[in-house]
Design a protein around this ligand. Structure first.
Ligand code: CAA
Length: 247
């Protein structure tokens, strides 16, 4: 196969960066989206490309269908058709349900779940036509087990896996796989934003390995699901959580 094009949403953050680095190391041409309001995007691209990764960055509001359409049109024209899509962009607005506003609910649903439709819709017909494709949705252990303060996030991330299973069925005969990865608590900015006391007293004790995961560990799993060897894995939800939740 010629060099694949991998598109990673939100690729400039903790997990996303590790995923971009891993896919590039395996020889993919990696494109990452970034939020149009991200003023540090060009600095990040310069820094990474000085290290030789050859990343392409493109602004995209993943909550907006037309922005995703324009982004994928750009990538297809300038780089090539997307072979691997990693739906990684996500946010938290953690608070107890009692305090949660409609805006807190909506922003998480739009960014974490609508984005999966908005992006996948742009690439799926092409993958089916070319009879090869990989869609990898980054969900969360908190979709599997629930999390205090995350009714919005747990619902959106659980929705991702429903999407994975239904679409995996529809494209199973077309050489396209669709899978979910459910990471536990990984050492990223998102997890570090949890109040220290909550992390220490409520979360770490739930993790049998007594540590946070590393972004590279999740990236390794993405690389596997994107590989040729993973052709028979579809509709799966693979946990990577240090033993925090098993089922
Ligand atoms: N389990 C059980 N009880 C908890 C709890 C928990 N995890 N967290 C807080 N509580 C309890 C507190 O002990 C407190 O109890 P009392 O009233 O009896 O004292 C009560 O709930 C209220 O707690 P707070 O005062 O902390 O409430 P708050 O509104 O200020 O904050 C919160 C609530 C925002 C949810 C805060 O607890 C928090 O940030 N928790 C972490 C949420 C979390 O895990 N987010 C994951 C982010 S990382 C991620 O999402 C990536 C991924 O995919 C894994």
């Amino acid at each position: 196969m010629q060099q694949r094009v991998a598109l990673v949403t939100g690729g400039m953050g903790g997990l996303g960066e590790a995923i971009c680095v891993k896919l590039a190391a395996l020889g993919d041409k990696v494109v990452t989206t970034y939020s149009p309001s991200n003023s540090k995007a060009q600095d990040w691209l310069r820094k990474m490309n000085d290290m030789g990764y050859g990343f392409i960055g493109h602004p995209c509001d993943v909550t907006d269908f037309d922005s995703c359409k324009a982004c994928v049109e750009y990538v297809t024209k300038e780089v090539g058709p997307v072979d691997v899509l990693v739906n990684n962009a996500g946010i938290t607005r953690d608070m107890t349900f009692k305090k949660m506003t409609k805006a807190d609910w909506d922003s998480v649903m739009h960014t974490n779940l609508d984005s999966v439709f908005n992006m996948t819709k742009q690439v799926m017909d092409g993958m089916v036509e070319r009879k090869w494709g990989r869609v990898i949705n980054i969900a969360s252990v908190n979709a599997q087990k629930g999390a205090f303060g995350q009714t919005n996030y747990s619902a959106a991330k659980a929705g991702m896996h429903g999407f994975t299973k239904a679409l995996a069925l529809e494209v199973a005969k077309k050489g396209v796989t669709v899978n979910t990865i459910s990471p536990g608590y990984i050492g990223t900015k998102m997890v570090m934003a949890i109040p220290h006391e909550v992390l220490e007293s409520k979360i770490l004790p739930q993790i049998p390995q007594s540590r946070l995961g590393k972004p590279e560990e999740v990236a390794g799993l993405v690389a596997y699901l994107a590989s040729e060897e993973a052709a028979f894995v579809t509709g799966a939800n693979i946990s990577i959580n240090g033993g925090q939740h098993m089922y």
